[in-house]
Write a protein that binds this ligand. Structure first.
Ligand SMILES: NC(=O)c1ccc[n+]([C@@H]2O[C@H](COP(=O)([O-])OP(=O)(O)OC[C@H]3O[C@@H](n4cnc5c(N)ncnc54)[C@H](OP(=O)(O)O)[C@@H]3O)[C@@H](O)[C@H]2O)c1
Length: 337
């Protein structure tokens, strides 16, 4: 049975990614062998490949090479371990992350993977493998923000950075559905069109114009919240745009990590700052399956509309990384083994 994986032997650029033949994994009693049909690319895969950011938060823990990349995939159950009760061969399933942090136990860029039963969810009828792999992890992040950190209400004004990105798109669609006025930033005219489809009421080209000035004129009374996955280039500048009791939520570092924040400055309007981390939101079997059920239901109702920009062969995963690093796509990229 031909079986392949993308492995890296050192941290670095996309050129360190190698496609290799690997043995089909043997199953532990609690594991399920998943034949991948669609692998979701996440920005964290790029951070794991590069190494730097995670060296900081891993607190000195060394990575052992060769290292597989990727956290998320959807596929068909091919075999199950002796103790598995929830799945059988032929079932369509998906997963996003293993038991630890998302930069640990990576290795979804492969043909087949042994996945612990409690990390798998069933894919319902009407949701494709590509949609499942595009929505599970990015949608879980949106679910964490919207269900746990700040739930948009009708009349709220929310600034959502990178309104055409993987997570940003889902946040815009969801916040619009809940009745908020959504102000989205984008990095290109093509992405402005996608942001409109995602339900943004106002769209700002934040690389060409001063987004702070534009948002201040759109929301002179101040924003209810800002959702930000860009980090270094946008987070600090967004905080003064918040109104009374406003919430600044950072969930990512696409431009680099956020510099430390002086909490005293938040006193001016009783502001809050939160940093989302999806691992804990879907850390148990029950939590993961509850979050996934809501996401798939929202996909079924077309409230969430995961956009698959491009499907790459697994062997071309380095090209997909190059496109992601150059911010050349909207929505999600999928790898196909
Ligand atoms: N906290 C969590 O648990 C969690 C979960 C999922 C994702 N994340 C993080 O959230 C961030 C966004 O994830 P995503 O899946 O939405 O990513 P994505 O689809 O790849 O989008 C990232 C976007 O960031 C913008 N960007 C700004 N500066 C950039 C730079 N220097 N390089 C590349 N892109 C840059 C680009 O949009 P424009 O062209 O519009 O500027 C790009 O399209 C990532 O940092 C990811 O690691 C965190």
């Amino acid at each position: 049975m031909p079986n392949h994986a993308i492995l890296i032997y050192e941290n670095g650029g996309p050129e360190v990614m190698r496609l290799e033949s690997v043995p089909v994994p043997e199953l532990a009693p609690n594991e399920v062998l998943v034949h991948h049909q669609a692998i979701g690319l996440n920005f964290s895969d790029i951070n794991v490949r590069r190494g730097g950011f995670y060296k900081m938060i891993r607190n000195g823990l060394e990575v052992s090479f060769p290292l597989g990349l990727g956290n998320e995939a959807a596929g068909i159950v091919e075999a199950v371990g002796d103790a598995v009760t929830d799945f059988k061969p032929g079932d369509p399933v998906a997963y996003g992350g293993m038991h630890g942090q998302f930069f640990e136990d990576t290795g979804a860029y492969c043909t087949r993977r042994a996945v612990p039963e409690d990390r798998l969810v069933s894919i319902p009828d009407g949701v494709s493998f590509e949609e499942a792999a595009a929505v599970l992890l990015k949608g879980s992040t949106a679910s964490l923000i919207i269900n746990k950190l700040h739930t948009p209400n009708a009349g709220d004004k929310i600034l959502i950075h990178t309104a055409a990105s993987g997570v940003g798109s889902l946040l815009c669609q969801w916040a619009n559905h809940l009745g908020a006025t959504v102000i989205g930033t984008v990095g290109s005219p093509a992405k402005a069109e996608i942001a409109k489809q995602n339900g943004c009421h106002h769209i700002i080209s934040y690389r060409e114009t001063d987004f702070v000035k534009e948002v201040a004129s759109l929301a002179p009374e101040g924003l209810t919240a800002v959702y930000d996955g860009v980090g270094k280039d946008t987070f600090h500048a967004s905080i003064p745009l918040l109104g009374q009791f406003g919430k600044a939520i950072n969930y990512g570092n696409a431009s680099g990590p956020v510099a430390p924040i002086d909490v005293q400055l938040l006193a001016v309007r009783s502001l809050s700052v939160a940093r989302a981390g999806v691992t804990g939101h879907i850390g148990t079997k029950d939590a993961l399956r509850k979050v996934a059920a809501e996401l798939f239901e929202l996909v079924h109702k077309r409230v969430l509309r995961p956009r698959i920009e491009k499907v790459y062969d697994l062997k071309d995963a380095a090209d997909a990384h190059r496109d992601a690093e150059a911010a050349r796509y909207s929505g999600s990229l999928i790898l196909k083994p």
